[in-house]
Design a protein around this ligand. Structure first.
Ligand code: ADP
Ligand code: MG
Ligand code: MG
Length: 248
Protein backbone atom coordinates (compact mmCIF):
# COMPACT_ATOMS: atom_id res chain seq x y z
CA UNK A 1 0.00 0.00 0.00
CA UNK A 2 2.72 2.45 1.06
CA UNK A 3 6.18 2.19 -0.40
CA UNK A 4 8.92 4.55 0.64
CA UNK A 5 11.98 4.25 -1.57
CA UNK A 6 15.43 5.61 -0.76
CA UNK A 7 13.90 8.70 0.80
CA UNK A 8 16.26 11.61 1.37
CA UNK A 9 14.75 14.67 2.99
CA UNK A 10 16.09 18.04 4.02
CA UNK A 11 14.59 20.57 6.39
CA UNK A 12 15.77 24.13 6.03
CA UNK A 13 18.80 22.91 4.12
CA UNK A 14 19.77 20.26 6.66
CA UNK A 15 19.89 16.56 5.70
CA UNK A 16 17.52 14.71 7.99
CA UNK A 17 16.41 11.51 6.24
CA UNK A 18 19.25 9.71 4.55
CA UNK A 19 17.81 6.88 2.52
CA UNK A 20 14.72 5.45 4.21
CA UNK A 21 13.14 2.34 2.72
CA UNK A 22 9.84 1.13 4.09
CA UNK A 23 6.87 -0.86 2.87
CA UNK A 24 3.53 -0.99 4.64
CA UNK A 25 1.03 -3.48 3.25
CA UNK A 26 -2.72 -3.62 3.59
CA UNK A 27 -3.84 -4.25 7.17
CA UNK A 28 -0.30 -4.25 8.48
CA UNK A 29 0.77 -2.69 11.78
CA UNK A 30 4.21 -1.08 11.77
CA UNK A 31 5.94 0.53 14.70
CA UNK A 32 8.75 3.05 14.39
CA UNK A 33 11.05 3.69 17.29
CA UNK A 34 14.25 5.65 17.64
CA UNK A 35 16.04 8.22 19.76
CA UNK A 36 14.99 11.84 19.85
CA UNK A 37 16.02 13.72 16.75
CA UNK A 38 16.53 10.59 14.64
CA UNK A 39 13.98 11.72 12.04
CA UNK A 40 10.78 9.92 12.99
CA UNK A 41 8.53 12.98 12.78
CA UNK A 42 10.28 14.06 9.60
CA UNK A 43 9.38 10.72 8.03
CA UNK A 44 5.75 11.01 9.15
CA UNK A 45 5.39 14.61 7.97
CA UNK A 46 7.07 13.87 4.65
CA UNK A 47 4.70 10.98 3.95
CA UNK A 48 1.79 13.32 4.77
CA UNK A 49 3.21 15.96 2.41
CA UNK A 50 4.18 18.75 4.80
CA UNK A 51 5.62 21.58 2.66
CA UNK A 52 8.55 22.26 5.01
CA UNK A 53 10.13 18.92 4.19
CA UNK A 54 11.95 18.77 0.87
CA UNK A 55 12.42 15.43 -0.84
CA UNK A 56 15.90 15.53 -2.36
CA UNK A 57 15.90 11.97 -3.56
CA UNK A 58 13.65 8.94 -3.50
CA UNK A 59 9.94 8.34 -3.95
CA UNK A 60 6.79 7.74 -1.97
CA UNK A 61 4.20 5.46 -3.57
CA UNK A 62 0.69 4.90 -2.31
CA UNK A 63 -1.34 2.12 -3.86
CA UNK A 64 1.05 2.09 -6.76
CA UNK A 65 0.81 5.82 -7.46
CA UNK A 66 3.78 8.14 -7.06
CA UNK A 67 2.54 10.67 -4.48
CA UNK A 68 5.91 12.31 -3.80
CA UNK A 69 4.80 15.64 -5.27
CA UNK A 70 1.16 15.65 -4.19
CA UNK A 71 -0.30 18.21 -1.76
CA UNK A 72 -1.30 17.11 1.75
CA UNK A 73 -4.95 17.45 0.76
CA UNK A 74 -4.53 15.14 -2.25
CA UNK A 75 -2.80 12.58 -0.04
CA UNK A 76 -5.61 12.83 2.51
CA UNK A 77 -8.14 12.20 -0.24
CA UNK A 78 -6.30 9.03 -1.14
CA UNK A 79 -6.65 7.81 2.43
CA UNK A 80 -3.57 8.94 4.34
CA UNK A 81 -4.06 10.57 7.73
CA UNK A 82 -1.35 11.80 10.10
CA UNK A 83 -2.02 12.38 13.79
CA UNK A 84 0.54 14.99 14.84
CA UNK A 85 3.06 14.69 17.64
CA UNK A 86 2.47 18.32 18.57
CA UNK A 87 -1.05 19.32 17.51
CA UNK A 88 -1.14 23.08 17.19
CA UNK A 89 -3.59 25.62 18.48
CA UNK A 90 -5.74 27.30 15.88
CA UNK A 91 -7.29 30.37 17.41
CA UNK A 92 -10.66 31.29 15.96
CA UNK A 93 -11.47 27.95 14.31
CA UNK A 94 -14.06 25.87 16.11
CA UNK A 95 -13.63 22.13 16.29
CA UNK A 96 -17.00 21.46 14.71
CA UNK A 97 -16.35 23.73 11.73
CA UNK A 98 -12.92 22.27 11.21
CA UNK A 99 -14.17 18.68 11.31
CA UNK A 100 -17.05 19.46 8.96
CA UNK A 101 -14.64 21.09 6.51
CA UNK A 102 -12.21 18.18 6.65
CA UNK A 103 -14.96 15.61 6.15
CA UNK A 104 -16.26 17.60 3.22
CA UNK A 105 -12.88 18.16 1.57
CA UNK A 106 -11.49 14.68 2.10
CA UNK A 107 -14.57 12.50 1.84
CA UNK A 108 -17.13 14.71 0.11
CA UNK A 109 -19.55 14.46 3.04
CA UNK A 110 -22.06 17.32 3.18
CA UNK A 111 -22.13 19.56 6.23
CA UNK A 112 -25.32 18.20 7.77
CA UNK A 113 -24.19 14.61 7.47
CA UNK A 114 -20.75 15.54 8.77
CA UNK A 115 -22.39 17.07 11.83
CA UNK A 116 -24.23 13.83 12.54
CA UNK A 117 -21.05 11.81 12.16
CA UNK A 118 -19.19 14.13 14.53
CA UNK A 119 -21.94 13.94 17.15
CA UNK A 120 -21.86 10.18 16.96
CA UNK A 121 -18.09 9.83 17.38
CA UNK A 122 -17.51 12.56 19.98
CA UNK A 123 -18.18 10.37 22.95
CA UNK A 124 -15.77 7.73 21.66
CA UNK A 125 -12.93 10.07 22.63
CA UNK A 126 -14.68 11.33 25.76
CA UNK A 127 -15.57 14.73 24.36
CA UNK A 128 -18.76 16.39 25.47
CA UNK A 129 -20.88 18.43 23.11
CA UNK A 130 -19.53 21.71 24.48
CA UNK A 131 -16.09 20.80 23.08
CA UNK A 132 -17.45 21.39 19.59
CA UNK A 133 -17.57 25.15 20.05
CA UNK A 134 -14.02 25.39 21.34
CA UNK A 135 -11.14 26.59 19.20
CA UNK A 136 -8.78 23.88 17.97
CA UNK A 137 -6.46 22.79 20.78
CA UNK A 138 -6.69 26.16 22.54
CA UNK A 139 -6.41 25.44 26.24
CA UNK A 140 -6.58 21.69 25.64
CA UNK A 141 -4.73 19.31 27.92
CA UNK A 142 -2.18 16.92 26.42
CA UNK A 143 -4.72 14.11 26.53
CA UNK A 144 -7.42 16.22 24.89
CA UNK A 145 -5.11 17.23 22.05
CA UNK A 146 -4.22 13.63 21.29
CA UNK A 147 -7.82 12.49 21.63
CA UNK A 148 -8.81 15.19 19.14
CA UNK A 149 -6.30 13.74 16.66
CA UNK A 150 -7.87 10.31 17.21
CA UNK A 151 -11.35 11.77 16.68
CA UNK A 152 -10.25 12.98 13.24
CA UNK A 153 -8.93 9.51 12.45
CA UNK A 154 -12.17 7.89 13.58
CA UNK A 155 -14.17 10.20 11.32
CA UNK A 156 -11.95 9.77 8.29
CA UNK A 157 -11.29 6.03 8.66
CA UNK A 158 -8.10 6.36 6.60
CA UNK A 159 -6.51 3.53 4.66
CA UNK A 160 -3.20 4.46 6.24
CA UNK A 161 -3.10 5.93 9.72
CA UNK A 162 0.19 7.47 10.74
CA UNK A 163 0.44 8.31 14.43
CA UNK A 164 3.33 10.37 15.71
CA UNK A 165 3.73 9.63 19.41
CA UNK A 166 0.02 9.50 20.24
CA UNK A 167 1.09 8.32 23.69
CA UNK A 168 3.38 11.18 24.62
CA UNK A 169 2.16 13.75 27.13
CA UNK A 170 -1.15 12.03 27.82
CA UNK A 171 -2.73 10.90 31.07
CA UNK A 172 -3.27 7.21 31.70
CA UNK A 173 -7.01 7.28 30.93
CA UNK A 174 -6.47 9.05 27.62
CA UNK A 175 -3.81 6.51 26.78
CA UNK A 176 -6.24 3.66 27.18
CA UNK A 177 -8.89 5.36 25.00
CA UNK A 178 -6.32 6.20 22.36
CA UNK A 179 -4.87 2.72 22.18
CA UNK A 180 -8.31 1.12 22.09
CA UNK A 181 -9.39 3.32 19.18
CA UNK A 182 -6.19 2.69 17.21
CA UNK A 183 -6.77 -1.01 17.65
CA UNK A 184 -10.38 -0.68 16.51
CA UNK A 185 -9.35 1.15 13.35
CA UNK A 186 -6.73 -1.50 12.67
CA UNK A 187 -9.28 -4.29 13.20
CA UNK A 188 -11.58 -2.56 10.69
CA UNK A 189 -8.88 -2.65 8.03
CA UNK A 190 -6.72 0.44 8.47
CA UNK A 191 -2.96 0.00 8.05
CA UNK A 192 -1.04 1.64 10.87
CA UNK A 193 2.35 3.30 11.08
CA UNK A 194 2.87 4.14 14.73
CA UNK A 195 5.75 6.17 16.09
CA UNK A 196 6.24 5.59 19.78
CA UNK A 197 8.79 5.50 22.58
CA UNK A 198 6.95 2.87 24.58
CA UNK A 199 5.42 -0.52 24.12
CA UNK A 200 2.61 0.26 26.50
CA UNK A 201 0.22 1.59 23.89
CA UNK A 202 0.47 -1.73 22.07
CA UNK A 203 -0.24 -4.00 24.99
CA UNK A 204 -3.69 -5.10 23.82
CA UNK A 205 -2.53 -6.00 20.34
CA UNK A 206 -1.35 -9.44 19.35
CA UNK A 207 2.45 -8.97 19.35
CA UNK A 208 2.84 -11.36 16.46
CA UNK A 209 1.30 -8.80 14.06
CA UNK A 210 3.76 -6.02 14.90
CA UNK A 211 6.59 -5.08 12.57
CA UNK A 212 9.08 -2.88 14.34
CA UNK A 213 11.66 -0.57 12.78
CA UNK A 214 14.39 1.32 14.56
CA UNK A 215 15.50 4.67 13.15
CA UNK A 216 18.89 6.16 13.75
CA UNK A 217 20.27 9.33 12.15
CA UNK A 218 17.69 9.37 9.38
CA UNK A 219 17.89 5.71 8.45
CA UNK A 220 16.10 2.50 9.41
CA UNK A 221 18.94 0.47 10.90
CA UNK A 222 17.01 -2.51 12.19
CA UNK A 223 13.65 -4.19 11.58
CA UNK A 224 12.04 -7.07 13.39
CA UNK A 225 9.12 -8.16 15.50
CA UNK A 226 7.67 -7.10 18.84
CA UNK A 227 10.69 -8.52 20.68
CA UNK A 228 12.57 -5.37 19.63
CA UNK A 229 10.24 -3.22 21.73
CA UNK A 230 11.05 -5.16 24.88
CA UNK A 231 14.73 -5.03 24.07
CA UNK A 232 14.66 -1.25 23.65
CA UNK A 233 12.73 -0.75 26.89
CA UNK A 234 15.12 -2.97 28.76
CA UNK A 235 18.44 -1.84 27.35
CA UNK A 236 17.95 1.46 25.58
CA UNK A 237 18.92 2.40 22.03
CA UNK A 238 22.59 3.06 22.67
CA UNK A 239 23.45 -0.50 23.71
CA UNK A 240 21.53 -1.94 20.80
CA UNK A 241 23.30 0.36 18.34
CA UNK A 242 26.72 -0.57 19.75
CA UNK A 243 26.04 -4.27 19.37
CA UNK A 244 24.61 -4.14 15.88
CA UNK A 245 27.50 -2.10 14.59
CA UNK A 246 25.06 0.63 13.63
CA UNK A 247 27.36 3.13 15.31
CA UNK A 248 29.93 3.38 12.59
P1 ADP B 1 12.24 12.75 15.98
O1 ADP B 1 10.80 12.85 15.62
O2 ADP B 1 12.82 11.40 15.71
O3 ADP B 1 12.53 13.21 17.37
P2 ADP B 1 12.55 14.88 14.04
O4 ADP B 1 12.15 14.32 12.74
O5 ADP B 1 11.58 15.75 14.76
O6 ADP B 1 13.06 13.70 15.00
O7 ADP B 1 13.87 15.74 13.87
C1 ADP B 1 15.01 15.23 13.21
C2 ADP B 1 16.02 16.35 13.08
O8 ADP B 1 15.51 17.33 12.19
C3 ADP B 1 16.33 17.07 14.36
O9 ADP B 1 17.71 17.35 14.38
C4 ADP B 1 15.50 18.32 14.28
O10 ADP B 1 16.11 19.36 14.98
C5 ADP B 1 15.48 18.60 12.80
N1 ADP B 1 14.22 19.24 12.39
C6 ADP B 1 13.03 18.65 12.32
N2 ADP B 1 12.06 19.52 11.93
C7 ADP B 1 12.68 20.69 11.75
C8 ADP B 1 12.25 21.99 11.34
N3 ADP B 1 10.98 22.24 11.04
N4 ADP B 1 13.19 22.97 11.29
C9 ADP B 1 14.48 22.72 11.59
N5 ADP B 1 14.95 21.52 11.96
C10 ADP B 1 14.08 20.52 12.05
MG1 MG C 1 11.28 13.82 19.12
MG1 MG D 1 9.19 13.39 16.69
Amino acid sequence: MLKVEDLNVTVEGKDILKGVNLEVGRKEFHVIMGPNGSGKSTLALTIAGHPKYTVKNGKIYFEGEDITALSPNERAKRGIFLAFQHPEEVEGVKIVEFLQTVLNKVKGVDLAEAYEMIMEKLKDVWFREDMLARYINVGFSGGERKRFEILQALLLEPKLLILDEPDSGVDIDSLSVISKKIEELYEKGTSVLLITHYGRILQHLDPSILRVHIVKDGKIVMSGGAELIGEIEERGFQKIFEECGCDE
